[in-house]
Design a protein around this ligand. Structure first.
Ligand SMILES: Nc1ncnc2c1ncn2[C@@H]1O[C@H](COP(=O)(O)OP(=O)(O)O)[C@@H](O)[C@H]1O
Ligand SMILES: [Mg+2]
Length: 416
């Protein structure tokens, strides 16, 4: 896809479809976010489509709203994919430079990454991304970009993300039914990281947590590379459900109470107010103190961040996270006191990650955690376009031929 096209970032979340339309700035040619929309959708659960026609309807509605607001027509979308069907692991590849001219070319880099992809995958899974984590040349590690250097043995360490083919196909079908085309599926966490984690933080070492409704994604960056990623099937909707059960009220009422009065850490209690709310029958109402309401929230918050802490700890990359700590984003991050709770349980400094306005810009109302992934998809498409135009014609052609389903690497643009 040419850098000059109007495109959309489409984030299929848990219960919401969120899109942002971007078009090239007439002066600079840089892709800029113009408008976005987010609509509820009953056909999604934790990033997975459970009802294609309903998902297609929501995609159509969100895209139409964004098209009207941006006065643009869109055909192709970068599709944000997440959910616990995503799996990731690290692997290595090696490639011998057999030529008399030992100068490493972009094609050699493509070949060593291709070699790192030689893994056994079950028939229902496919590779979404192969992300380099640094190269070694003749056993000398720590080479960020070997192109132009000389050597005989090129090695690479990579991070590989795989996804369920059926889940990807169902998402693609829903997009097609809405009348759009998937340019490329992108792991939502990586897109989100493009706009909420700064390059300095990625270099120093940071944990990104995208706290959604029914799914939570986490990723560890260090030395500028992604080292570990994981999606788990927990989210802020679980807090809503706990509140609904605890207060014996409906989910919509519990959601309202959570957003208006919810607190994730006792430090945030400021006077113990009484909150009035309707019971399940919709006729009788009850009151509850803020401190009592909080008792229904805290155990789940603790369970969720403890799960994150356990996963990061067992990944072996926990030591890489200081001094930056964690960047917390997604709708779930907006519950008051969430950073305090996260700091306490993760034992790390935590900041809220808002989309960086310098990235792809966008109207102020889009610069919120809820739009981070959709905006990040636009930023991601740019790094792809930069790579395609700056890498060698050979590598570019190879990548184009491979197509989105089997492309080599989505972050390779960093290398050239
Ligand atoms: N202001 C807020 N305060 C507390 N929770 C919020 C707020 N806004 C959104 N949420 C919660 O965030 C979750 C949705 O997060 P989001 O990232 O938009 O979802 P997803 O990406 O999983 O579709 C919901 O559980 C919602 O209740
Ligand atoms: Mg989200």
């Amino acid at each position: 896809m040419a850098k000059t096209d109007v495109i959309a970032g489409l984030d299929m979340g848990s219960g919401r479809v969120t899109c942002v339309i971007g078009a090239p700035d007439p002066e600079t040619g840089e892709l800029r976010a113009l408008a976005g929309a987010s609509v509820p959708c009953r056909g999604l659960n934790g990033g997975v489509v459970t009802n294609i026609p309903e998902a297609a309807r929501a995609i159509g509605e969100a895209m139409e709203k964004a098209e009207q607001a941006s006065k643009q027509m869109v055909r192709g979308v970068y599709l944000g994919v997440r959910g616990s069907h995503l799996q990731s692991f690290n692997n290595r590849g090696a490639y011998n430079i057999a030529r008399t001219d030992k100068q490493i070319t972009p094609e050699d880099v493509a070949s060593v990454i291709e070699n790192a992809k030689a893994i056994h995958l079950s028939s229902d899974r496919e590779i979404l991304h192969v992300l380099p984590q640094g190269f070694a040349l003749d056993r000398q590690r720590g080479v960020p970009n070997p192109v132009g250097m000389e050597g005989t043995l090129l090695e690479v360490e990579v991070h590989i993300n795989t996804a369920s083919i059926s889940h990807l196909n169902n998402l693609t079908k829903a997009v097609a039914q809405a009348g759009f085309e998937v340019i490329e599926p992108v792991y939502g966490l990586l897109a989100c990281g493009e706009v909420v984690v700064t390059p300095e933080e990625r270099e120093l070492g940071a944990l990104l947590v995208d706290f959604g409704g029914q799914s939570l994604s986490m990723g560890v960056y260090s030395e500028g590379w992604i080292r570990f990623t994981k999606d788990i099937a927990v989210g802020s909707d679980f807090i809503t459900r706990d509140l609904a059960m605890g207060l014996r009220t409906s989910m919509p009422t519990a959601e309202k109470i959570k957003i208006e009065h919810g607190i994730a850490h006792p430090r945030l209690i400021n006077g113990d107010h009484e909150i009035q709310f309707p019971l399940m029958d919709g006729r009788t109402s009850r009151t509850i103190k803020t401190s009592t309401m909080m008792e229904f929230i805290l155990p789940r918050v603790e369970q969720i961040f403890s799960a994150v802490a356990d996963d990061v700890s067992s990944s072996g990359f926990a030591d890489m996270l200081l001094p930056v700590g964690a960047v917390l984003t997604g709708g779930g991050a907006q519950l008051r006191g969430m950073t305090d709770a996260a700091e306490q349980i993760l034992n790390l400094p935590v900041r809220i990650g808002l989309p960086n306005p310098q990235s792809v810009g966008g109207p102020e109302e889009l610069l919120t955690p809820g739009y981070a992934t959709a905006l990040g998809l636009l930023a991601f498409s740019q790094s792809q376009a930069n790579w395609a135009s700056s890498s060698s014609p050979g590598a570019g052609a190879k990548r184009a031929a491979a197509g989105w389903r089997r492309k080599l690497s989505s972050l390779i643009e960093d290398l050239f």
